[in-house]
Design a binder for this molecule. Structure first.
Ligand SMILES: Cc1cc2nc3c(=O)[nH]c(=O)nc-3n(C[C@H](O)[C@H](O)[C@H](O)COP(=O)(O)OP(=O)(O)OC[C@H]3O[C@@H](n4cnc5c(N)ncnc54)[C@H](O)[C@@H]3O)c2cc1C
Length: 490
């Protein structure tokens, strides 16, 4: 059988592309190395308790936003709830509550930091966020790769987006300065750590346009019951309903161009032929599975890895023996010193709510903690040194967790597991365990990102190392735009 398209990888990017193409009537095969879909937004099961393997928050769900549109298009009703507050940020004993409503949030922020300029800053953040989403929604051909794409950008509705352009080249720091907010160490550290979990960069180098969309996200945060794996599983189901075929435990080890077609070989020796291929794996992995001119191209244009991040993960369960919810599901805990072997002064905590019995039985909380680390901290070590570092980092964070949540600290923790970039590479195949895509920076801004299109007819890219970057929402935008292009071409 010759497939119209073969999608390599069942992360959110690959699933979206596969489902939309199958819905349009294409013969699509989805090949995934792991045993389940979801990639960085997947899960694992320990005695009936589900643990997130990476991503936990769902956003872009407001009317007209990308996830909302995708679920409507695929007629999926994800089991989610909107959270207000979207997140609580802890600095020692002090709590900053990230309310969903803008006015409520501004008042909270003003009272917490006691700084002038806060209102103007957040009003600008939210106005840019709104305009940014609008601009993305009305332009499916960005970044432009042809004269036709450029022409498609010339339309009256884009005029309103023009004032956003300078913010692509302006770091957040410049905007903070304008509002007199750049020198307050606490506010600065708050902004830096919030930016790190969204743009993967800090205020001095994160472009304000993408940063604003990241800083605004906790206003629209949704909790997916069971974890982010479940909406992924629903997308996979729709893909199959539309006639798509998915094969698990199929690691693609070679993609070869043969005249106008592609031959794909998996690690068990199976071979598949298609007219088009869409890879959902990081850019950095592509040269290892391609040959000839394909390989040369992917080596030449791969983004640099030096700015990219890895993640340190902690999962455990707490049996509280009672029904009790904390004030939020999502927490960012700031600590005064850098966490050992992690270039981060905060960690992100997800605590399953009591009504999520899909994730953990009543009275039990499934907890996921993640933070940024450089991949090189974890490679090239002896086994003993790797384990020592892993335990030092994990134990440090668990201790800080206990200090931040005294009400939970007294209960026994079970299924405690620590993960590093090495773990991510093992389970997702991502080169050097690099996750979260290519950090947005002033120099490497959105427009510099590689699009989903390559110079090779029928060879396309999706996922968080191509435009518009990291996060389930961003990869969904990238994949949806790509499908629109492929179908237009047909
Ligand atoms: C710790 C952490 C927390 C995060 N938190 C959030 C969050 O709260 N909200 C959010 O929206 N985003 C979050 N993100 C980012 C988000 O998870 C990712 O950007 C997004 O899930 C990436 O999706 P993807 O489709 O690009 O690829 P991936 O999720 O990496 O999926 C790629 C898939 O390809 C498969 N694969 C790899 N190589 C091969 C091969 N050779 N053959 C076949 N299959 C292969 C892998 O097994 C995997 O399933 C977080 C990321 C991390 C690491």
């Amino acid at each position: 059988m010759i497939y119209d398209n073969i999608v390599v990888g069942a992360g959110y990017g690959g699933l979206t592309a596969a489902a939309l193409l199958a819905k349009a009537g294409q013969k699509v095969l989805l090949l995934e190395a792991h045993t389940v879909p979801g990639g960085c937004a997947s899960f694992y099961n320990r005695k009936g308790i589900l643990f997130d393997s990476g991503a936990t928050t769902l956003s872009g769900m407001a009317e007209g936003q990308p996830m909302n549109k995708l679920f409507k298009e695929l007629e999926i009703e994800p089991n989610v709830k909107k959270l207000d507050p979207g997140m609580i940020i802890k600095f020692g004993d002090r709590e900053l509550v990230r309310h969903s409503g803008l006015e409520h949030w501004i008042i909270e922020c003003e009272q917490f930091f006691g700084l002038k300029g806060i209102r103007e800053f957040w009003e600008l953040v939210h106005s840019i966020d709104k305009k940014g989403y609008k601009l993305i929604a009305q332009n499916k051909r960005i970044p432009p790769v042809s004269a036709g794409d450029l022409l498609s950008l010339v339309k009256p509705s884009n005029l309103k987006g023009l004032p956003l352009l300078p913010y692509l080249f302006k770091p957040v720091e410049a905007v903070l300065k304008k509002f007199g907010l750049s020198d307050d160490p606490l506010f600065r550290s708050f902004i830096d750590e919030q930016l790190l979990i969204t743009t993967q960069n800090r205020a001095d180098d994160a472009p304000f346009l993408t940063a604003a969309m990241g800083l605004a996200y906790p206003a629209e945060t949704y909790y997916p019951y069971g974890g982010l794996f479940f909406p992924a599983k629903q997308i996979e189901k729709r893909f199959k309903d539309f006639g798509g075929t998915v094969k698990y435990k199929k690691r693609v080890k070679a993609i070869k161009k043969e005249k106008e077609r592609y031959k794909i070989t998996t690690d068990d020796g199976s071979e598949y032929v298609c007219n088009g291929v869409i890879t959902n794996i990081p850019f950095w992995n592509l040269s290892a599975i391609t040959e000839g001119e394909l390989k040369e191209y992917f080596i030449k244009v791969a983004p640099k890895t030096d700015g990219a991040w890895g993640a340190f993960m902690i999962n455990f369960a707490i049996n509280c023996d009672r029904k009790e919810d904390l004030k939020s599901v999502y927490w960012q805990i700031h600590v005064p010193e850098e966490v050992p072997y992690c270039e981060s002064k905060s960690f992100f905590v997800t605590i399953s709510p009591e009504d999520d019995t899909q994730k953990a039985p009543e009275g039990v909380k499934s907890i996921t903690i993640s933070l940024h680390t450089k991949s090189e901290n974890w490679y090239g070590l002896t086994k003993e040194e790797y384990i020592r570092r892993k335990n030092e980092t994990g134990n440090f964070i668990v201790q800080k967790f206990d200090e931040a949540f005294p009400a939970l600290a007294g209960f026994e923790k079970s299924h405690v597991e620590y993960g590093t970039p090495v773990t991510f590479e093992k389970y997702t195949g991502r080169f050097s365990g690099l996750v979260g895509g290519v950090p947005h920076s002033v120099k490497n801004n959105l427009l510099k990102m590689h699009s989903g299109v390559t110079p090779f007819n029928g060879f396309y890219l999706t996922g968080d190392t191509v435009f518009p970057g990291q996060g389930t929402v961003a990869v969904t935008i990238g994949a949806s735009n790509l499908v629109a292009r492929i179908l237009d071409k047909r």
